[in-house]
Structure formats: structure tokens, C-alpha cells
Design a protein around this ligand. Sequence first.
Ligand SMILES: NC(=O)c1ccc[n+]([C@@H]2O[C@H](COP(=O)([O-])OP(=O)(O)OC[C@H]3O[C@@H](n4cnc5c(N)ncnc54)[C@H](OP(=O)(O)O)[C@@H]3O)[C@@H](O)[C@H]2O)c1
Length: 342
Amino acid sequence: MGNASQNGSALIDPDSIPKRKLYTGANLPAIGLGTFGSDSVSPAQVAEAVRGAAAVGYRHFDCASVYGNEPEVGAALEAIVAGGVKREELWVTSKLWNDKHGGEDVIASCRKSLADLRLAYLDLYLVHWPFPNFHPPGCDVTSRSADAKPYIHENYMKTWRKMEELVDMGLVRHIGTSNMTVPKLRLVLRDARIKPAVNEMELHPHFQQPELFKFVVENGIQPIGYCPIGSPGRPERDRTPEDTTPTEDPVIVKIARRHGIHPAVVCIKWAAQRGQTPIPFSIHNYRANLAGVVGDPLNDDEMREIAGIDRNCRLIKGQVFLWKDGQTWEDLWDLNGEITPP
Ligand SMILES: NC(=O)c1ccc[n+]([C@@H]2O[C@H](COP(=O)([O-])OP(=O)(O)OC[C@H]3O[C@@H](n4cnc5c(N)ncnc54)[C@H](OP(=O)(O)O)[C@@H]3O)[C@@H](O)[C@H]2O)c1
């Protein structure tokens, strides 16, 4: 399978990985392995990467039912525990897909992920997107669902109540949000009985989301950063001509040369030092990314330089969630600070 080509096998002590203290007191490892293989990486290859990543010291895995590989990842997790890693040392996240919002589907979906992942509990369960919507996996960005709905807070809270129930039932240790905005999160924080422990959001040097980042941190919510490298392997359907590539940014390239590392690892170091938890996907380079968060930190000048290259370039725009004609993807992200009306 060749997954291990550039990874090496030397263990990085999991205790040396920085931890984020969540408001519950739990410790979240400050880097996780993404598991979205997109169109190009098979479930078996992702599972192999999970096994290999655990062998070099990863303890945090970012999964989701929609990634279509939880059964294979589950077999890998079972093997990792059978190999001597205690379940309590692992941090496993899964996510509720968009067509399962609302009533009993939330509990059933979580149980299905638990069964697939071969776990008795999840460390974190996220509402993957705030929009309830069915669209076939792998569909084009121009695809629209006839039943697409806007964000309706009342409905989101129906889903959130079920998420809270999962905590009460002991199936899930923490719950969180993903792909949210400040105005949506304000309402959730106002109405939640169990507050989100994390918000998973796109974060990389060209999309730093300073306002949302500050908001979640100030509210005791840990930001988890997806596409931390700028998702160079994402499919054509997720690309637009105006997208930029953080790993090609002259500042990132210069710092990478100085440290003798790949520009991707600079993105990971910056993320971990800034305070978000990056979850890079990798089958070839996961060890380098883990090594990046445990040693040779970027200095203050380098951190400042990277803070200066934000291009406000959102890569995962979410076009398939648009609910009426004449909208643009910006309508999903409440850019003027108010939830876009239905
Ligand atoms: N909540 C959400 O809505 C949401 C949305 C998108 C993604 N996610 C999560 O975030 C994870 C990460 O996002 P992503 O997979 O789109 O993008 P990403 O992590 O930014 O980029 C992954 C790509 O970077 C390459 N790469 C990784 N480390 C490298 C290194 N050190 N040197 C060179 N290349 C390197 C990988 O190739 P190799 O495999 O060859 O190393 C892979 O092609 C996903 O897997 C998923 O778990 C969540």
C-alpha cells in the first residue's frame, strides 16, 4: 500500500504532544489525523494510515459517517487497542450528517457510528453542518437539493437536544458544532443546556477567520482546524479559480526552507502554536506533521509573518447547501454578522 513511505516508524511519545484543556477538564491532543479520503484514497488506505499514525504516536482521529470509511477505521481502532493502547488514551470524533438532523435519527446515527467504529463511546460528536440537507456523496458543487433548508435555529436546537441526550446516555463525552458562524453560535450558546466543547472550522494560513476564532476562544470553545494545509488533494469539484494555496505562499516557503521542513509542516506548526487543533489528513506524511507539533517551534517573528498572510480564502464554500435561487455561497456564512434570512 505504500502508506509508510515517508513516515518512518519511530514512536513520538504521545505524552509529549501538547494538549488542549476543554471546559470539561478533558485533554484533547493538539493534533489529530483527518480521515476524509476524498475521491482518491480508499477506505482501506485510510484505515492503514490510522494504524500507522497510532504506531508513531497519534491518539486523536477525526472521523465522520459521511467519509464512508468508519467500518474500516473501526477495525483499525480495534487493532490499535488490541495492540496495547488504552481506549482512554484515544480521542475519537465522529459527526452527524446533514440528512440526520432532528428527531430519533440523531441517536440512531450515533449508534451506527459507534458500531462501525467498534467503540462504546465517542469522545466528541459534532453536528457536521448547521444545514439539514440531503445531497449524494461526491456530488458536484452545482448540485442543489430540492428540500434544502436554511439555518432555522429552532430546528437546530431540536438536533442539539438529541446531542445533549447522547451525553446523558453516556454514548458521547463531548458535543460540538462545525461550520458555524458567530451569530449562529451566539444563539446556540444562549439556548444550549450542554455547551459545545469545540467548533470545527476551516483554518489555514490563507483563511485564519480571526473574528470567529476569537469568539470561540473567548467563549471557552476549542477551535479544531480542518484543511490545515489548504487541502491540496481535494477534488476538482471543490475548487474555484480564485482559490489560493497556502503551501505555495512565499512566506510559508521561506520559513519551511529555514527549518528544513515541508511547507505543509509549517502550516501545522503555525496552527498548533496559534491555539487551534489541526487535523491534517495524510497517508504519506503523518509522522512529519506530528513531529511538527512537538519540537522546533516557529519564533514570534515567524508567527507574526504568517498572521500577515491571511487571504480570507475559504476553500470549502458549501455551495450544495444553498436553499434558493440567486444566492451565492457567501450567504451561508453570515458575513454581515446576521443570520441570512430564509
Ligand atoms: N468538519 C468539516 O466539515 C470538515 C471539512 C473538511 C475536512 N474535515 C476534516 O479535516 C481533515 C483535513 O482536511 P483535508 O483532508 O481536506 O485537507 P488537509 O489536511 O489540509 O490536506 C491533506 C493533503 O495534504 C497532504 N499532506 C499532509 N501532510 C503533508 C506533508 N507534511 N507534506 C506534504 N503533503 C502533506 C496530504 O497528502 P499525503 O496523504 O500524500 O500526505 C493530503 O493530500 C479531513 O480529512 C477531515 O477529517 C472536516
